[in-house]
Design a protein around this ligand. Structure first.
Ligand SMILES: [Zn+2]
Ligand SMILES: [Zn+2]
Length: 225
């Protein structure tokens, strides 16, 4: 964390030197240590999971700061649905801490685009807010308007996992030349990875050589938590 002035922990309210006090930070929900490097599915041997072997996604790698569960889910909810914009740099900082352990740094960052109708409803794109902060802090170029969401789909959260791939098909349009580039795709939450995969497919067509998903949190079935 960057700020050393006295403040209050955003989760429990005790006075702290950072955005989160030490006990709250330590208890944030981490992912299992051993997981598939492509999609983060828990695998005891930390090898590529069966699903990624059978049907390799268009992305090559995923990094998530946390598991999508309390209190990270509440923080993301507060950012997206209560317009608590100050949460964005806090979540971005937590992801940056996690990114410092990777040697796979991309050439460019692309935020997951929102459809213009959703953008108008919400007033901002949370993935853009997070991306902008990471780009500035890590000195990696941001391509904010390189890809567009051209299909206004029902929210993925309301759909069974099996229907999500169908719902998101042909949802994106991207014109930029990404030949040979390593792209980091930034989003707040990865659930099945269907949305990220659909955008990654489009980026591949534009020439991207490698695509890393950078997400704040990854959803895992409860049995695995
Ligand atoms: Zn606290
Ligand atoms: Zn996998």
């Amino acid at each position: 964390m960057l700020f050393l002035t006295q403040k209050n922990c955003i989760l429990c309210g005790v006075s702290a030197t950072q955005d989160l006090c030490e006990p709250c930070y330590i208890h944030l929900p981490r992912l299992p240590a051993n997981h598939c490097p492509i999609c983060l599915w828990p695998v005891p041997t930390a090898e590529i999971c069966g699903a990624c072997l059978t049907k390799p996604p268009a992305f090559t790698h995923t990094i998530a700061a946390f598991r999508y569960t309390f209190p990270i889910d509440a923080m993301i909810h507060s950012l997206k649905y209560r317009t608590h914009l100050a949460i964005a740099p806090i979540l971005a900082n937590l992801l940056i801490t996690r990114l410092k352990t990777t040697s796979l740094l991309p050439d460019v960052i692309i935020p997951m685009p929102l459809h213009p109708i959703r953008l108008r409803e919400r007033g901002f794109n949370q993935a853009m807010e997070i991306s902008r902060y990471i780009s500035k802090q890590m000195g990696i170029a941001l391509l904010p308007d390189s890809c567009k969401r051209i299909k206004h789909t029902p929210p993925q959260t309301g759909l069974p996992w099996k229907d999500r791939q169908k719902n998101i098909r042909k949802a994106f349009d991207c014109k930029i030349d990404l030949s040979g580039k390593h792209v980091a795709l930034v989003d707040d939450v990865m659930t099945t990875g269907a949305t990220l995969n659909e955008l990654a497919k489009v980026l591949r067509k534009q020439g991207a050589a490698e695509i890393s998903n950078w997400v704040i949190a990854r959803t895992l079935p409860e049995v695995m938590q």
